[in-house]
Design a protein around this ligand. Structure first.
Ligand code: SMO
Length: 764
């Protein structure tokens, strides 16, 4: 099999997608012809929690251009969408398509207005009057732990609770030389893809089928969930994802608006579309992160970690999307990360609140696990007086121990965590950086170095693919791994072409159409190349086998003596007796096409290491990210340029979480960050000099040997940056600052530390 220990294409081929996208010729849902289509808009709740006393719709109904209005009563009987029970079977609260009796978050859809233009629908929306009886909202997850239940018929706001343990953590803490403790409050962040959510739906009365165009990252899941919600057979729903402008987990689960638009298209027998505004996405698309994690870590005098104990609280928002529990699940099962820790106690809870749902967002629990471990190790190392690298190296799972089955059921695959750390040290020349830090500190500068290490689950389960030989000797590959800008077509053409021994240019790659494959998963969870790529590889292998007898016939040779060579087949040992794919296509009796559904043996686990250097302006609190070194092991790398691009993109979003981004609800449950004027996404000038390198330790659990890389940067960058800022400020006595580490927060932390030490001076 292709267990190559290096990249396939050292010549860094570029992306075939870019010519159209960069020239503005991409076709997103909003670019599809709108003639004859109705427009839907949603009237949303202006308050976080209220009983609906009455909806007055006469004015809106009479407005010019309005075709129909729908409220919760119209969709009350639709079956509730599924929630992925990753933490075990549980009774999931229903996701209301349109609010019934009560509203539970600002931005929740209450009324759908369908009109012959978006402008008409928006004008009518202004005429809807809601008579609401306000109730006390609970927007904070920790407050919700003890608050009276927000959902009817629930005893508690804790919807799921899971725990697992190994060893004897309590005893280990009693025996510890040093115990480190941290509390981490992850800001809630808005995934903010370039393209907001968008959906168009059309019912065809002749074929009795519903066609949906959606900016989704999981077209087959959307098909299944919408079919389920509307009581249609899956075969009667087709979902097409055209160009999709980013997703980051925010477009992996169906939304109430998706089901509402599909419902309206069926009810009216017309084409209907809804294109979200940026404000609507801030208000009603899933947020990410937001967890509060508390942890303790016990160390012995040599710096060995004896125990880890953590309690993690994940906000869920007002209702649960399909993947709502994935962050909590991932965070708990990753622990204790790359470290060998015998005694571990993990408790995780998911809590409903009166906010927009919190869902998966690039990283989805992996960043939370890494932040907890890396903050604790840093704090422990500081108290023990050891360097940050020494303590990490001492506790890493050695490569000889892999593959490793852990007490919580996870199985780590191949890797070398110590080698990843050593490579980062070597590439960054950390001795020189430390020396530079020492010299600058002597001059009065606040300069810090911060480390992080992580492992990430990235590639499990199944995916489908097919490949067909076309007339003329070209190939059409279809993959269930859809695309939101990752360069899927470029990468998957390389995978198929390598297996077929043809040029990538002769392979067309299709994705994002549920009619092209009967079942598939989609693009999420850093699994596309590992799982979707392995599926395509298998389909290509099967195609070679299917074509072999055809080639043998053309070559007047036994099939067993015919071998696959560049561009076609030849008789073994007789390169002069060959036949190309074009002739095979012309002479095959039946279409040569193969399908494959690939299921990985076990999960792939990527790993990586990040070292950040920051300078902090003591007068203003401004953090300058000066350097960022990043080494990741993504196993087999198909296209190094795209892998690097994924890492850099993830780093940018990691910088956002660490330094810039925060979705803010005020005490009344109103979202204060409803636009890009109030919400600070990282921009080009927030990016530091970034030096990337990689290790390629192929996974032993999938055919390609690939590990995921789409989420890596968001996992490794934040703890390295946070640790670097705390390192810079350690001489001043600063021990903790919440993310995002904005100038204001950093400034306050410095002033508070100064005041504390002034107080000590005076007391003395
Ligand atoms: S957060 Mo991802 O798209 O699984």
């Amino acid at each position: 099999m292709n267990r190559c220990c290096d990249t396939w294409n050292p010549d860094r081929p570029g992306r075939r997608e870019d010519a159209a996208l960069l020239a503005g010729r991409g076709r997103f849902v909003a670019d599809l012809a709108a003639e004859g289509s109705l427009s839907a808009v949603f009237v949303r709740s202006p308050v976080p929690r209220a009983a609906i006393r009455a909806l007055r719709l006469q004015g809106a109904r009479a407005a010019r251009g309005v075709v129909a209005l729908y409220t919760g009563a119209d969709v009350a009987r639709l079956p509730r969408p599924r929630v992925n029970p990753v933490l075990g079977e549980f009774d999931a609260p229903a996701m209301p398509v349109l609010a019934q009796d009560e509203v539970r978050a600002v931005g929740q859809p209450v009324v759908a207005i369908v009109a012959d233009s978006e402008a008409a629908a928006l004008a009518a929306a202004d005429r809807v009057e809601m008579d609401l009886e306000a109730l006390e909202p609970v927007c904070d997850a920790e407050a919700a732990l003890t608050a009276p239940p927000l959902l009817p018929e629930r005893a508690s706001n804790v919807i799921v609770e899971e725990s697992w343990s190994s060893g004897d953590a309590e005893r280990a803490f009693r025996n510890a030389t040093v115990t480190a403790e941290v509390t981490i409050r992850h800001p809630r962040v808005a995934p903010a893809p370039l393209e907001c959510r968008a959906i168009a739906a059309e019912w065809d009365g002749d074929t009795q089928r519903l066609t949906i165009w959606s900016g989704t990252q999981t077209p087959h899941r959307a098909r299944n969930d919408i079919a389920h919600a509307l009581g249609l057979a899956r075969e009667r729903v087709r979902v097409i994802a055209p160009d999709v402008g980013g997703a980051f987990g925010m477009k992996a689960s169906v939304y109430p608006e998706d089901i509402a638009v599909a419902f309206v298209a069926c009810a009216l027998g017309r084409a209907v579309r809804w294109i979200a505004s940026r404000q609507e996405d801030f208000l009603s698309a899933t947020h990410g992160r937001g967890a509060v994690t508390r942890g303790r870590m016990a160390f012995d005098a040599e710096g060995r970690i004896l125990a880890l104990d953590t309690d993690m609280i994940f906000p869920l928002g007002a209702w649960l999307t399909f993947s709502a529990l994935v962050p909590a699940w991932n965070a708990s099962r990753i622990l204790p990360g790359p470290y060998a820790i015998e005694s571990v106690a993990v408790r995780v809870r998911g809590v409903v609140t009166n906010t927009v749902p919190v869902g998966i967002y690039r990283g989805a629990g992996r960043p939370e696990a890494a932040m907890l471990l890396e903050r604790l190790i840093e704090a422990g190392a500081r108290r023990l007086g050891f360097g940050p690298v020494v303590v990490r190296r001492r506790n890493l799972v050695p490569s000889e121990a892999l593959p490793l089955a852990r007490p919580n059921g996870t199985v780590l695959d191949a890797g070398d965590y110590r080698a990843v750390l050593a490579k980062t040290q070597a590439r960054a020349d950390d001795d020189r950086l430390r020396e530079g830090q020492r010299r600058r500190r002597e001059r009065g500068e606040a300069v810090g170095l911060g480390w992080s290490l992580y492992i990430e689950p990235c590639g499990r389960g199944w995916e489908s693919a097919s490949i067909a030989l076309e007339p003329g000797g070209r190939f059409t590959a279809v993959t269930g791994s859809s695309s939101q800008g990752q360069g899927r077509e470029t990468t998957f053409a390389l995978i198929a072409a390598r297996e077929l021994a043809v040029s990538p240019e002769s392979v067309s790659v299709m994705h994002g159409d549920t009619d092209a494959l009967s079942n598939a998963v989609g693009a999420l969870a850093s699994r596309s190349v590992a799982i979707g790529g392995s599926a395509l590889l298998q389909a290509a292998q099967a195609l070679v086998e299917k074509a072999r007898p055809v080639a043998a016939r053309l070559l007047n040779a036994a099939a067993s003596s015919v071998v696959n060579v560049d561009g076609g087949f030849a008789v073994s040992g007789r390169p002069d007796r060959s036949v190309g794919w074009e002739r095979i296509a012309a002479s095959a009796d039946n279409e040569l096409r193969t399908d494959a559904t690939y299921t990985a043996d076990e999960e792939a686990w990527g790993c990586g290491c990040c070292l950040a250097q920051v300078a902090v302006d003591i007068e203003t609190g401004r953090v300058t990210l000066e350097q960022l070194h990043y080494v990741d092991d993504a196993g087999t790398v198909v296209n190094p340029r795209l892998v690097d691009g994924q890492i850099v993109g993830g780093i940018a979003q990691g910088i956002g979480e660490a330094l810039l981004e925060r979705a803010v609800y005020d005490a009344d449950g109103q979202l204060l960050t409803g636009s890009l004027m109030d919400y600070a996404l990282p921009r080009a000038d927030d990016m530091p000099a970034t030096r990337l390198d990689r290790l390629c330790m192929p996974s032993v659990f999938n055919t390609l040997g690939a590990k995921g890389v789409g989420e890596a940067g968001t996992i490794g960058a934040p703890p390295a940056i946070v640790n670097a800022v705390l390192d810079a400020l350690a001489p001043l006595g600063v021990e903790a600052i919440d993310m995002p580490m904005t100038p204001e927060r950093v400034w306050r932390a410095i002033r508070n530390a100064e005041n504390r030490s002034d107080g000590k001076e005076k007391r003395r």
